[in-house]
Design a protein around this ligand. Structure first.
Ligand code: SF4
Length: 659
């Protein structure tokens, strides 16, 4: 690591740090970054070169980390990139700044010890009113599931981090449109700009110019827990006795309230009702008494739920994925540094190369000078709980998750949909844009075999061929939300967004393919639209199983009583949307196509059984949330409180922040 200051992680179990020698080592290159390398980083990183740690480096590492028990250290590998011109302006600045920083206590910052409050920096500019955001959310109530956040972090050798972060956030815009923010560190102090709105509206040239430093993190947000307002916009910035923290979170904790109660009783003051601030306080508190890696580990042992985090501790960027790996997070390499991001599309945008996914339970620490990264496997679980909906709906089709291109996964889901639910019609068409890849795979498979599974004897011109057509045109100038104050107007919303091509539809039997049905409103409108355009039959096929339960892990799915499949059979839903037939993909087919066992996927919203310990919900595994001491009498008080919460909620839907 870079400078030996207190931000240098003193690890639990160092399992990997990468080395890629791209040129001769400079005499004054960062000695820690030069820790050689070994092991099989290349197995993940493909072309990444590694070399064995030499004994001198090992003994130095051992001396640095002698407070970690030997059984915690399972492996140390190094992947260090030493670039020509390593003495860049950025590094020079950092070295200078670090020298200053060593003598500079952040005196303005309050301690996070018991009985003291935590200063949280507020978003620097707020341009949209809370009322407006609330209105937008209400008018969006007829749409499908909504991803909650995208996170990114970069550490660069030769340039400022602000612009690459900005481009990355653009690439992740589909994961959140309510707010956007960037926090950077120049080796001396933190810089932050967080604002409501889309990335393009949240930043201008002067904003980017104020974000100095070669390391930083970014965030785009759609609210998970916490309100739809500026105080929950991210990254969170915290100043405290041991330095500064920035935090970006994708996911949702299920025990945030318990930890918040305990921390509040210890004197921590919260500025928002979101769970991300709880993580920030918890980590800051642990950092007062532990090194960075150990503090992250302690934090992970207390928080329960879904989280993919990018964190800045002073100028060091970290990436953490929850032990079940619920939300995606990946590592990429760019010419002069490293990137961590929710999706590989952000790495592509920076002309980078995907290295690999961050593993469930893994902490990745980027060297502040962009020369490499280190990895610590802080928790191990027997099973993962990847959100299958990332592949089905949320992630960009051009992203790679779990070594699978999302577009290909969707096409294969479409092929499987034909095998399980195929119906012979004249034409197959996607619901744009979400159904496109599914429909493409479905139509391909439909022209190979009949719905009965026989080989189809067909050419593109004979009558047996099933046509794949773009029969619904999307108005791209209608945004995600628009003002439609009455239910009747909202019912007509689909006519603003989609228009059928009559010549494709008129007098023909049609299958429309989509990725999900949430409330059923849009599906019903679409079927009616196609009937009005002259379709003789309208069949609906869905590339995922029925959504029968809400999501507690960070997806704005809808509450249980809004979900059409929560209490209706497929035949009842078919009748309600007025389709000639309706078919969903099975859960087993999803697992099969994704190449995962069911027990390694989160299937909560389609089975009603979750991979976390959630009040009043079933779990699909042996899992118990961590015991939190509680504000007054310790664990017993918390357990009693949990029991009373469950009793209070037993009459209806359990409390959920975004319901
Ligand atoms: S409940 Fe559904 S949407 Fe939520 S994390 Fe699990 S699979 Fe994903």
């Amino acid at each position: 690591m870079s400078d030996g200051r207190d931000v240098t992680p003193t690890p639990g179990r160092a399992i990997e740090s990468g080395t890629e020698s791209k040129s001769e080592t400079k005499p004054d290159a960062n000695p820690d970054a030069e820790t050689g390398g070994g092991g099989d980083a290349g197995a993940d990183a493909g072309a990444h070169k590694t070399k064995e740690l030499d004994s001198e480096v090992l003994s130095q590492l051992s001396a640095d980390r002698d407070d970690i028990s030997t059984e915690d250290k399972i492996e140390t590998k190094t992947k260090t990139k030493i670039k020509a011109g390593n003495e860049s302006d950025h590094n020079a600045d950092n070295n200078h700044s670090n020298a200053i920083d060593q003598t500079t206590d952040l005196k303005s910052a309050s301690s996070l010890n018991s009985g003291t409050s935590v200063p949280i920096s507020q978003p620097s500019k707020i341009s949209s009113s809370e009322d407006k955001q609330q209105t937008q959310r209400q008018t969006n109530s007829g749409s499908g599931p909504t991803e909650k956040c995208g996170v990114v972090g970069v550490a660069l050798t030769d340039r400022r981090a602000a612009r690459p972060l900005y481009y990355s956030l653009y690439a992740l815009q589909h994961r959140g449109q309510e707010s956007a923010g960037i926090v950077t560190h120049d080796g001396f102090q933190q810089h932050s700009h967080v604002e409501m709105g889309l990335v393009g509206d949240a930043f201008d040239e002067s904003d980017l110019n104020t974000l100095a430093g070669g390391t930083g993190i970014g965030h785009v947000r759609y609210p998970t827990s916490g309100g739809v307002n500026a105080c929950c916009a991210q990254p969170f910035s915290v100043s405290f006795k041991s330095g500064s923290l920035g935090l970006s979170h994708n996911g949702n904790l299920v025990n945030a309230d318990e930890i918040r109660d305990e921390l509040e009783s210890l004197g921590h003051a919260f500025t928002s009702d979101g769970d991300t601030e709880v993580i920030a306080h918890e980590l800051a508190r642990n950092l007062l008494e532990a090194d960075l890696v150990r503090a992250v580990k302690q934090t992970m042992e207390r928080i329960h739920g879904s989280y993919a985090l990018t964190i800045m501790h002073d100028e060091t960027v970290l990436a953490v994925r929850d032990p079940e790996g619920n939300r995606p997070l990946c590592i990429g390499e760019v010419e002069d540094g490293y990137v961590v991001a929710s999706e590989s599309a952000a790495i592509d945008t920076l002309d980078g190369e995907l290295v690999r996914d961050v593993r469930p339970g893994e902490l990745v620490v980027l060297d502040a000078d962009g020369s490499g990264f280190e990895s610590y496997q802080l928790t191990d679980r027997q099973n993962t709980a990847h959100c299958f909906f990332e592949h089905v709906y949320f992630a960009r089709p051009d992203s790679v998750i779990n070594e699978t291109l999302v577009y290909e996964a969707r096409r294969n889901l479409g092929r499987k949909l034909w095998a399980e639910q195929g119906v012979e019609t004249d034409v197959v068409m996607p619901v744009p844009d979400s159904g496109r890849a599914f429909a493409s795979g479905y139509a391909d498979a439909a022209n190979e075999t009949t719905a009965d599974g026989d080989i189809r004897e067909t050419t593109s011109t004979n009558d047996d061929a099933i046509e794949f057509a773009e029969g619904l045109m999307k108005n791209r100038y209608v945004g995600r939300t628009f003002i439609m104050p009455t239910q009747d107007e909202r019912e007509r919303a689909v006519r603003l967004k989609l228009n059928p091509i009559k010549s494709t539809v008129e007098g023909r039997s049609v299958t429309i393919i989509d990725d999900s049905i949430v409330r059923g409103t849009t599906s019903r409108q679409l079927v009616q639209l196609l009937r009005d355009a002259g379709a003789s039959e309208v069949h609906v096929r869905i590339g995922a199983p029925q959504i029968i339960a809400p999501c507690y892990m960070g997806i704005d799915m809808a509450s249980r009583d809004e979900l059409i499949a929560a209490d209706k059979s497929t035949e009842e839903i078919r009748a309600e949307i007025d389709a000639d037939s309706l078919g969903y993909l099975s859960v087993d087919a999803v697992a099969d196509v994704l190449g995962e066992h069911r027990s390694d996927l989160c299937l909560g919203c389609v089975t009603g059984s979750y991979p976390y310990d959630i009040d009043n919900e079933d779990s699909d595994r042996d899992v118990t949330r961590p015991v939190i001491a509680g504000p007054d009498t310790g664990a017993d008080a918390t357990n009693q409180k949990n029991e009373s919460k469950q009793e209070a909620a037993s009459d209806g839907e359990p409390a959920r922040a975004d319901d």
